[in-house]
Every structure is written in C-alpha cells, then in structure tokens.
Design a protein around this ligand. Sequence first.
Ligand SMILES: *[C@@H]1O[C@H](CO)[C@@H](O)[C@H](O)[C@H]1NC(C)=O
Ligand SMILES: *[C@@H]1O[C@H](CO)[C@@H](O)[C@H](O)[C@H]1NC(C)=O
Ligand SMILES: *[C@@H]1O[C@H](CO)[C@@H](O)[C@H](O)[C@H]1NC(C)=O
Ligand SMILES: *[C@@H]1O[C@H](CO)[C@@H](O)[C@H](O)[C@H]1NC(C)=O
Ligand SMILES: *[C@@H]1O[C@H](CO)[C@@H](O)[C@H](O)[C@H]1NC(C)=O
Ligand SMILES: *[C@@H]1O[C@H](CO)[C@@H](O)[C@H](O)[C@H]1NC(C)=O
Ligand SMILES: *[C@@H]1O[C@H](CO)[C@@H](O)[C@H](O)[C@H]1NC(C)=O
Ligand SMILES: *[C@@H]1O[C@H](CO)[C@@H](O)[C@H](O)[C@H]1NC(C)=O
Ligand SMILES: *[C@@H]1O[C@H](CO)[C@@H](O)[C@H](O)[C@H]1NC(C)=O
Ligand SMILES: *[C@@H]1O[C@H](CO)[C@@H](O)[C@H](O)[C@H]1NC(C)=O
Ligand SMILES: *[C@@H]1O[C@H](CO)[C@@H](O)[C@H](O)[C@H]1NC(C)=O
Length: 549
Amino acid sequence: MLRVALLGLLPYLALVNAAVLDKKAGTTTSDVFPPASTTVNTAVFPDESEVGYPGITVTGVEPAAIQTAPASLYAYNTDPVSSYPLVSDHPEGSDGSDGFDITKHWGNLSPWYSVPSSYYGLNDTSPNTPEGCSITQVHLLYRHGARYPTSGAPPSAFATKIANATAQSGGFNASGELEFLNDWSYLLGAELLTVSGRLQNFALGASFRQQYGYLLNNFTEAGTLPVFRTESQDRMVKTANNFAAGMFGVPEYLDQVNIEIMVETPGVNNTGAPYENCPNSNIASRGSIGSTAANAFAKNAFNGTLERLQNQITGVNLTSTDIIAMLELCSYETDALGYSAFCKLFTEEDFENYEYYFDISFYYNNGAGSPVAAAQGKGFLAEFVARFTQSIPSADSSVNSTLDNNPTYFPLNQSIYADATHEVVLLDTFTAFNLTALFSSGPVATDKRMENSFRASQVVPFATHMTIQVLECSNTSPSKQIRFIINDAVLPIDKSYAGCEYNKDGMCSFDTVVDVLQKRLEEIDWDYDCLGNYTASPGNDYNGRAPRD
Ligand SMILES: *[C@@H]1O[C@H](CO)[C@@H](O)[C@H](O)[C@H]1NC(C)=O
Ligand SMILES: *[C@@H]1O[C@H](CO)[C@@H](O)[C@H](O)[C@H]1NC(C)=O
Ligand SMILES: *[C@@H]1O[C@H](CO)[C@@H](O)[C@H](O)[C@H]1NC(C)=O
Ligand SMILES: *[C@@H]1O[C@H](CO)[C@@H](O)[C@H](O)[C@H]1NC(C)=O
Ligand SMILES: *[C@@H]1O[C@H](CO)[C@@H](O)[C@H](O)[C@H]1NC(C)=O
Ligand SMILES: *[C@@H]1O[C@H](CO)[C@@H](O)[C@H](O)[C@H]1NC(C)=O
Ligand SMILES: *[C@@H]1O[C@H](CO)[C@@H](O)[C@H](O)[C@H]1NC(C)=O
Ligand SMILES: *[C@@H]1O[C@H](CO)[C@@H](O)[C@H](O)[C@H]1NC(C)=O
Ligand SMILES: *[C@@H]1O[C@H](CO)[C@@H](O)[C@H](O)[C@H]1NC(C)=O
Ligand SMILES: *[C@@H]1O[C@H](CO)[C@@H](O)[C@H](O)[C@H]1NC(C)=O
Ligand SMILES: *[C@@H]1O[C@H](CO)[C@@H](O)[C@H](O)[C@H]1NC(C)=O
C-alpha cells in the first residue's frame, strides 16, 4: 500500500526536481519525524518494569564535588562540551592558528562557556566551596540551550529575499566565496530546542548532580520531591526535561522531580516571561531601544565586508541587515545543523562587530541601559527574596500570586531550586538584583566598539546560568554567607551591595544581601516602569529603571 503510494508520487517528484534544480537559492525545506500516526508498541516491547531481571542495583553516596574537590580543581567548560558535537569554520583570512573561537563572538547565540572569576576581579577563587564553609542551599536560574531562530528573525527574511531574486527574470547569481548560495536552501525551523541545545541542558543537569547531589538528601529526609519550574513554550518544557534527565537520569527523572509549567502567553503573570504583563517592554521607545541602536551600529560596521560580498552577487543588493542575517545563519546553522558554510565568509573583525551588535542590543533592551529591565526582573527578585526569607512574595510585578501563595507550587523550604527561563529574563533579573555595574563601566558606546564593556556572550549565551550558593562558615561572622556565580565566574558582590565588604571568595553576609535586595525591591517601581508614559534613549545607564521625565 505504502509502496504503491510512493511509486505514484515518483514522476511528480522528478518533475519538481528538474524544475527547481537551478532555481533553488533561498527556498525553504523541512523534515518531519516521527512519521504520522506511529506509536511505540509497549505490548510488543514492554519496559524494564515488566521485563524484570535488572541485575544488582546498589546505590552509592550522592556526589558533592562542589565540596570535595580543591578550589583549584573546578570542572570549567572552557573547551565547550556544549559545542561538541558541532564544528565551526575558521574566519575569512585565518587558518585558525591564532585560536580565535568564533563561537565566543555570537552574543546570545553563543554556546555558554566558563568565564573566569578574574574577569570580574576575583583572581583567587572558584565555584568550589571556600575553606571553612559548607554549602547548605543552592538556587539555580538557567536558560534554554541552543534553539532555532525566533519567528521573524533576520535569517528567514534573507532566505525569502534570495528566493524572490531567484524567481525574477534577471535571476540570482553568486560566485566566488558565495557560490554555495546558488544551491542554498533555508533548512531551519523556528523557536524549538535543537539537538545541541538539548545536550547543553542535559550537561548542565548532569554537572549540577555531580556538584550538588548531596543536597538531595534534604528531600530524602523530608520525604518529599523537588519542584523545578519552567514555562509552557515547547522549548522551555523540553529544556526543563533535559535538565532533569541530566540531573536524575533517564527514565528516573520522570518519577523523581515535579516540573511545574507556568503558562507563557500575553496578559498572564509569569515571572519567567515578564514581558507578557509589562506593556512598556513591547513599546519601541522603551522596551527595545537596544534593537534600534544595534541596527544603527550595524549600518556602519560592515561596509568593507558588504562591498566584498556584494561584488560576488548579482540580482540582490545586500544591506547591513543581510550581513547580520548571514552572520546569524552562521550561528544558527552551526547550532542546529552542525556546520555552516556562512561562517567562513566573515573576518575576525566581523565577528567582533557581530558580538558588539548583540552587546548594544542586550545592554539597552535588558541591562542597565533599559528603562524596563529592572521592572521585568522584579518578579524573580521577589521570588528569590521570598525563598531567602520564607515569606510570600508581593504581587506588584510579574509575580503570579495564585501560584506563589501556595506552597505546593511555590515551596519555600527546598535545598535546591532550579528555574528555567529566557536570556532576556536572566539579564532583567541580574539588573533587578543590582548587578549591572559588574558587567560594564558605564553605558555601552553605540557608535563604535568600546573595550571593557558588556559582553553578551558571557552573560546571555545559550544555557547561561546564575548559581546562588548559601553557605555556613566556621571562619566568618556572621556564619551564614551568600555568593553569586554567573557561568562559573564568582562575582565580587561588594561592588553591588552596600554593606558588603571585599571578600576574596565573593561572599557576603546573607542578611546584609537580603536587606539590600529588599531595598532594591522597594525602589523598583513596576507600575511606573511598565505602565508609565516616558521616553528613554540609548547612551544612558539607568540601572534598569525608567527615567522620570
Ligand atoms: C587579577 O588578574 C588580572 C589578570 O588576569 C590582573 O590584570 C589583575 O591585576 C589581577 N588583580 C589582582 C588584584 O591581583
Ligand atoms: C518577496 O516577494 C513577495 C512577493 O512579491 C513580497 O511580498 C515580499 O516582500 C518579498 N520579500 C522580500 C524579503 O524581498
Ligand atoms: C554567474 O557569475 C559568474 C561569475 O561572474 C559567471 O561566470 C557565470 O556565467 C554567471 N552565471 C549565470 C547563470 O549568470
Ligand atoms: C517543606 O514543607 C512542606 C510543608 O510543611 C513539607 O511537606 C515538605 O516536606 C518540606 N520540604 C522540605 C524539602 O523540607
Ligand atoms: C497564574 O498562573 C496560572 C497558571 O500558569 C494561570 O492560569 C493564571 O492565568 C495566572 N494568573 C494571572 C493573573 O495571570
Ligand atoms: C557605511 O555605509 C553607510 C551606507 O552606505 C554610510 O552611511 C556610512 O557612512 C558608511 N560608514 C563608514 C564607517 O564608512
Ligand atoms: C540595486 O541597486 C541599484 C542602484 O541603486 C539599482 O539600479 C538596482 O535595480 C538594484 N537591484 C536590485 C535587484 O534591487
Ligand atoms: C498580576 O500582575 C499585576 C501587575 O503586577 C498585579 O497587579 C496582579 O495582582 C497580579 N495578579 C496575580 C494573580 O498575581
Ligand atoms: C540541608 O541539610 C543539611 C544537612 O542536614 C543542612 O545543614 C542544611 O541546612 C539543609 N538545607 C536546607 C535548605 O534546609
Ligand atoms: C546598587 O549598585 C550601585 C553601584 O552600581 C550602588 O551605588 C548602589 O548603592 C547599589 N544599590 C543598593 C540598594 O545597594
Ligand atoms: C505621553 O507623553 C507625551 C509627551 O508628554 C504626550 O505627547 C502623549 O500624549 C502622552 N501619551 C499618553 C498615552 O498619555
């Protein structure tokens, strides 16, 4: 039956193939697996509970590498496990011998990599437990791994432009470095987690178990399972599942953790998707001043490259937006398909400018330069403070009190918390936490590249994560301490929190930090920042707060 149907299609397929052979450029294709109406046959292939004979099953102790390994021996992600099994090409004009890693210049599309604590000024510490201390609780906030482009991102528009030109009578013709474009199709989907993205979240979960597994003993003693949270978008659900699979194992994760899925859709309060109830975040002059500024930067940054590439194409006039689209295709095709022919079109200088384009965009959309960042991060800030103080968060932000007033959905006594969200929300949250001064010395320049400024690939890459450790120390006063870690870099929080003194391990008194965070909660005016009538512009360090006109 199936065979007959396929044979019937064959002449048609051959015809279509001949027709599109020389008119392929820019067309869109996709695959669908699994085949429609197929299911796993558990009657014929029963699972292990039915088959039995599991062999010997002796458990060992929970791993606690964060406490047992010496400070100098932390498992950094420097040669990214997170980019295995991807390959990326060398930049134009380079044979790769200078070690320039293009994946570290992709802004929010970079796979996460460890940032050394020395980058923020702490030269003599690591995420491993400082001497004299033990970690009694850990709070993790993490991003989904690599995904397809969001819908409406530049790459698909570029594909349409090429396809349109191909359909014109004059036609489209590319030669030299760009010859591959004549046969290039757009092969990406939208929004979903990719294979390498899945691996990044799985690896994060596995490393979390390796480091903090012993904190599961608190749940064992209490006779209860952890609640981890995520949002309803497909990639967010898969992110939390892959994290849990890495942490608990497959298929154990199905029975060993409660995954709470918060609805992400316009109008609904959800701390993991605060832009859905903060109207100003969706207004160009407030919520996306960074996008405008980044596009203006790109208009000047790629002129030489634009000219070089234009000389190898007829039928389309390239713009700086097309250059960004092709750079994004380098990132997205590598992340999703494992290799991209676009990468070798661009020089190291181009990749630096590409990163800077994202630096501008994120600094002004979700960092210190944004008027709505702190308000959007206020929800998570309120929830963290609630967990620190075992109290119910107030609902004057994206907090959903229907969920948060209920200990089943918002428990306050866990030793391990793990919430998954988006990169914009992580940065909003860092801004609400008053951490932005650590990321750059003043506003990011929008006209030309500035050194020592905000770097998106270190703060908002795929699977980026903030780990907050709560510690008990025998050699500090008071004994209860706290410290903040972003992508393995321990932060010098004395620079952000009044009342904290320099500590070589980035620790500060738990109570002092909670006091500062409560003050920050009071000073972030969600109503004004999210609903008020004001105008913001790039070039300012607002500390994430709306200007008063
Ligand atoms: C920390 O290390 C950096 C280089 O990694 C160096 O520039 C800086 O002076 C060092 N700071 C201290 C306090 O030792
Ligand atoms: C492609 O062509 C269609 C139909 O002419 C047009 O609506 C669309 O704007 C074009 N898109 C691009 C990116 O040029
Ligand atoms: C495409 O451009 C190349 C280089 O300019 C040229 O040799 C070739 O004939 C062109 N092909 C078509 C189909 O126009
Ligand atoms: C947290 O408190 C609830 C309600 O008192 C209790 O059922 C649960 O076991 C506690 N969980 C932990 C991890 O202590
Ligand atoms: C709170 O969250 C629940 C579940 O995600 C959702 O159904 C409800 O609409 C939310 N409440 C508000 C006020 O947004
Ligand atoms: C780059 O090209 C744009 C558009 O043609 C032009 O306005 C701008 O001045 C050029 N910038 C530089 C730095 O050459
Ligand atoms: C490209 O720009 C030139 C000069 O403005 C114009 O003559 C030509 O028609 C444009 N080509 C396309 C394909 O838009
Ligand atoms: C939803 O958020 C708004 C704005 O912060 C708040 O006024 C409202 O009380 C919240 N609703 C719930 C159920 O949390
Ligand atoms: C987890 O258990 C350890 C050992 O009993 C204890 O020191 C720690 O305070 C507990 N953590 C939490 C958050 O209750
Ligand atoms: C926030 O950080 C700034 C430095 O960037 C500091 O001046 C300010 O006091 C901090 N706010 C609080 C509430 O500690
Ligand atoms: C916002 O303020 C501007 C300038 O003061 C004013 O023109 C505009 O009408 C106001 N918009 C609203 C919705 O109040």
